[in-house]
Design a protein around this ligand. Structure first.
Ligand code: SAH
Ligand code: SF4
Ligand code: F3S
Length: 480
């Protein structure tokens, strides 16, 4: 007798299963709404990077399908989801404070559902802490099973205790999860998941798994759909976008993907993050130069200036290699705005090592630098390295870094004074609602006086005032 194998579950079958549950929960919610006359509401709190923002848009998409509308006020919500980050310790501490603060909401409204998900939950000790200490949490899930939210939610509604469901392996990519995007004119588009680099300080590869690229046809289909709905700007997302395609059978790399996106009608601007300096190729720089929609902006984290520290960080490039790639990018793409990430106080970093970091800042003159004090992450290689410097020592160096970069950023902003730049008008400024707000191709926030009906359009703005974190101006005309 031949052995009968269970039919393989295809990605779409899995999604279909979840969509059926979405509809079932929606029916229940609608029935309840008829009885109570009250609309069901959701609130989602997101920590961490753009990857988490993008995941939260999927979570909100599924919850919207279940009939929940978004509320800014957590005390009005029927379901609250916290999407966590664990890249540094302070992100974790913030989370516990937030979950603790929800306890009284649950006491006031026992039918409130509280879910916690994301990177931090991929660590066993964190999920366990929630189970033991935060019993008012109904549901815990991880980064690999977001698509299962409908099923988990339905199960947790019938459970007395916290339901914990964490997958330790990545599984396949599930396409077409409903998405509720925060913005209409610009969108984050994940092109790959995970990271293979294992920088010695970093937890991301442990909580996000190995690199997996989405198929180019799926990415293009998504961006074409966005363009049809009026989206003008896409940011292609991945922990190391330069590795895109290495795991696919199709012969395609990141530069090829950019060229495909560049062809999509309606899309006017392309950005991407993050690029790893070891993998940034000449081909990518030439593609940025030649594709008119690719913005003159590059986020290229260097982390530390000392070659010894870079070696111990497992970054696989030297200060000199980094600087030569920067010169190439500046040469080929005039006016390019560069940004970077820096870690201060990696184990064993001396004041001489730190001077090398300051030297990179002076030489490159970045537009923006994201600075972090090293935070020990359990399970990483660096957590085992001897770290004798005090936090005060590290903080002193951190302050030096901030001071130097503030001067450089201000100088970079001043070069805009009197210039006319292209801005995508995104809406009204929060700090001054009489003005519109948007970004230049180089990523600078511009608040400006403009005409009615420009939201969602590209306009030329003449810059007349400089601040540290934004610049002000007046609209000249619409870009034809
Ligand atoms: N994949 C991206 C982003 C990773 S996380 C990249 O490689 O650039 C974002 C930033 O957090 C990193 O660039 C690094 O500067 C910082 N970071 C990561 N782990 C850290 C740690 N243990 N302590 C302090 N900063 C850290
Ligand atoms: Fe972390 Fe390095 Fe991967 Fe970035 S490239 S996510 S810093 S391991
Ligand atoms: Fe944090 Fe996870 Fe991003 S650990 S930085 S949210 S990939």
């Amino acid at each position: 007798m031949s052995e009968r194998k269970a039919p393989e579950i295809l990605d779409n079958d899995e999604l279909l299963r979840q969509k059926k549950i979405i509809l079932r929960i929606r029916e229940n919610n609608e029935l309840e709404q008829l009885k109570t006359g009250r609309q069901k509401r959701m609130h989602v709190i997101t920590f961490g990077c753009q990857q988490n923002n993008s995941d939260s848009e999927k979570i909100m998409g599924m919850l919207a399908g279940m009939g929940y509308t978004y509320t800014e006020k957590r005390e009005q919500a029927d379901i609250i989801i916290i999407n966590t980050c664990c890249v540094r310790e302070n992100a974790e501490l913030k989370l516990y404070g937030n979950i603790g603060a929800l306890k009284h909401l649950k006491a006031d409204n026992p039918s409130l559902i509280i879910g916690v998900c994301g990177c931090m939950m991929q660590q066993e000790h964190a999920a366990e802490t929630i189970r033991r200490k935060y019993r008012h949490v109904d549901l815990v899930f991880g980064t690999h099973n977001i698509y299962k939210l409908p099923e988990l939610l339905e199960r947790s509604m019938n459970e007395k205790y916290t339901l914990i469901d964490i997958l330790n392996t990545e599984g396949t990519i599930i396409e077409d999860i409903p998405v509720l995007r925060e913005e209409k004119f610009k969108a984050w588009v994940t092109i790959m998941y995970g990271c293979n680099n294992f920088c010695s300080y970093c937890i991301v590869p442990y909580v996000r798994g190995r690199e997996r690229s989405r198929k180019p046809e799926d990415i293009i289909r998504e961006i074409e759909g966005l363009a049809k709905n009026g989206c003008k700007e896409v940011t292609l997302l991945g922990q190391n976008v330069n590795s895109y395609g290495k795991d696919l059978s199709a012969e395609i790399d990141f530069a090829d993907l950019i060229r495909l996106v560049n062809e999509i009608k309606g899309i006017e601007r392309i950005r991407f993050m993050t690029s790893h300096p070891k993998d940034i190729s000449d081909k990518l720089i030439y593609t940025m130069r030649d594709c008119k929609k690719v913005c003159e902006q590059l986020h290229l984290p260097f982390q530390a200036g000392s070659n010894e520290i870079l070696r111990r960080m497992n970054r696989k490039y030297t200060k000199e290699e980094y600087l030569s790639k920067v010169i190439k990018a500046k040469w080929e793409i005039p006016g390019i705005a560069l940004s970077t990430d820096v870690i201060v106080g990696f184990p064993g970093e001396t004041d001489e090592d730190f001077e090398e970091t300051l030297d990179v800042l002076r030489q490159v003159e970045f537009d923006q630098v994201f600075m972090f004090i090293y935070s020990k992450r359990k399970g990483t290689i660096a957590a085992e390295m001897e770290d004798i410097r005090t936090y005060e020592d590290k903080h002193r160096n951190f302050e030096k870094l901030v001071k130097l970069q503030n001067e450089i950023s201000r100088k970079a902003n001043e070069t805009y004074l009197g210039k006319t730049v292209e801005v995508l008008a995104e809406g009204f400024s929060k700090s001054d609602p009489s003005k519109y707000t948007g970004r230049t191709r180089t990523g600078k926030v511009v608040n400006f006086i403009g005409n009615n009906g420009i939201v969602g359009k590209l306009v030329n703005v003449r810059i007349n005032e400089i601040h540290s974190w934004f610049i002000n101006g007046e609209m000249v005309n619409e870009v034809k």
